[in-house]
Design a protein around this ligand. Structure first.
Ligand code: GLN
Length: 468
């Protein structure tokens, strides 16, 4: 926890964290690049909310002079000439970045199996995946090497791996944290998010990260609240909407039982818990609409990764051939598939019926989320149907209701931009599973408060799986 750090023995503690991070990497492949902390230690501030806290950054966060690959071959030798705004903010708060973490290539994917350095393994069971795309960040926090790691969340890329790895995963409101210097995926859905092992640390971290940044025109100038000072785990009177479709659709009886137990405990603590139903048709439209919007935006955002303007250049007889060769060698098969979908959706003749139609569907889904949350403080549902899947589990039917609804409902947090967080809910066969809560825009305080109440109920505060 952040409180355990300060200026005392800072160098020794950072080196200790680095040692643990190396161990974690050996076991789980969660790190892309280690960072020499000496320059940061020499330039540390004397005060700050994260003084001396060793931290990790997802490898899509630009770090000046430090390799930033987003786990894609095309960015294999990319060294940014500037720091992302959040990197500066974390340094100003006294945090020390010790490594860049493994991720799905360009943050596309939910498994961390598509990274160019290979899969990231789940510390609770190494035959299982970490989840993605921010897998390395989830794992390095779960393994106890660091207490904080930055991730990014476009569909659920912080909240899903948080569930699988047993840590807290936060995606604040769209615009709450500057995205300047984050390699983009889908600009209307991308959020900076992060991992901790306690709600209190999550509250402190948002105080450090949030705020207007003139370098990101989508960042909000709404004042940043004193989330950690105001933190209050009192559940009495909190109005919680249980996401009925997700609850009903759970096929894993253990997950269902854990969730039912949590609901009973919330009620016993005085929360007002009621079920709300989401329009089923709209619910099933979430994933298709998401894929269209995300892939179209990604295709546009990454058109500069061509070996000419950006990226590793491959030889060719003319500009076109250089681009084709660079992009063919530079991207993995999932990325190439997604660019095909994205390009197709952006064809002049398809734009109206695909890309724009998907945006209209998104609008309807946002209205439906608003309706569901209208009278409640948060919408609650398990973050997934099951614990982390096995590494070789490719047999999922992506058109099944289970997949469409249970595995993808957290995308509502990206469609609406509302704050959403996953907190550990319990253990099944020795592996963790999380519960997700989504609140109204800029209601991060409420989200942390309810999260703190849940943390007290489950007793899973500071859960970690340290290497033996
Ligand atoms: N699994 C989703 C996707 O593949 C989410 C990715 C993300 O949030 N970055 O697009």
């Amino acid at each position: 926890m952040f409180k355990e750090y300060n200026l005392e023995n800072v160098e020794a503690k950072v080196n200790e964290a680095l040692k643990k991070a190396h161990k974690s990497h050996e076991l789980y492949n969660d790190v892309v690049t280690f960072i020499d902390p000496r320059a940061q230690l020499a330039n540390m501030p004397k005060t700050g909310k994260m003084l001396g806290v060793p931290i990790a950054l997802k490898d899509n966060v630009c770090t000046k002079g430090i390799r930033t690959t987003a786990c894609s071959n095309i960015l294999n030798d990319y060294e940014p000439i500037y720091d992302a705004t959040i990197v500066k903010k974390l340094a100003a708060a006294g945090a020390i970045s010790i490594c860049k973490t493994n991720m799905d290539e360009l943050a596309m994917g939910g498994t961390n199996l598509t990274s160019n350095i290979g899969a990231c393994l789940n510390p609770w069971d190494t035959s299982r995946m970490s989840g993605g795309s921010s897998g390395g960040s989830a794992v390095i926090v779960a393994s106890g090497a660091v207490d904080f790691a930055i991730g990014s969340d476009t569909g659920d890329s912080v909240r899903k791996p948080a569930s699988y790895c047993g840590v807290v995963g936060v995606k604040p409101t769209y615009g709450r944290i500057s995205r300047y210097g984050i390699i983009p995926y889908s600009s209307s859905l991308d959020h900076v998010g992060y991992f901790t092992r306690t709600i209190e640390d999550a509250a402190v971290a948002l105080e450090v990260l949030a705020g207007r940044d003139d370098l990101d025109m989508t960042s909000s100038d709404r004042p940043v609240e004193a989330y950690s000072q105001q933190l209050n785990s009192e559940l009495k009177g909190k109005k919680i909407a249980v996401f009925k479709n997700v609850y009903d659709g759970l096929t894993n009886p253990d997950t269902k039982a854990l969730f039912a137990k949590l609901i009973a405990n919330l009620t016993a603590k005085g929360a007002i818990v009621e079920e709300v139903s989401f329009d089923e048709k709209l619910l099933k439209a979430i994933l298709p609409a998401y894929y269209l919007i995300a892939n179209c935006e990604a295709t546009a955002n990454h058109s500069n990764l061509d070996g000419i303007r950006f990226g590793v250049r491959k030889p060719g007889k003319d500009v076109e051939e250089i681009m084709i060769n660079s992009r063919t060698a530079g991207f993995g098969s999932l990325i190439r598939k997604r660019f095909v979908i994205g390009s197709y959706g952006l064809f002049v003749e398809n734009q109206e019926k695909l890309f724009r139609q998907a945006q209209r569907v998104r609008r309807l889904i946002v209205e439906e989320v608003k309706r569901c949350l209208d009278e409640y403080d948060c919408l609650l549902a398990p973050a997934s149907n099951d614990i982390a899947p096995k590494l070789n589990d490719h047999g999922r039917d992506e058109l099944s209701d289970e997949y469409l609804i249970i595995e993808n409902h957290m995308i509502i947090g990206n469609f609406t931009g509302y704050p959403s967080m996953t907190v550990p809910m319990g253990m099944i066969n020795g592996c963790p599973i999380g519960v997700n809560l989504t609140c109204k825009a800029f209601a991060e305080q409420t989200m942390f408060d309810i999260g703190a109440g849940i943390e007290e109920i489950t007793g899973l505060k500071d859960l970690k799986k340290e290497a033996a």
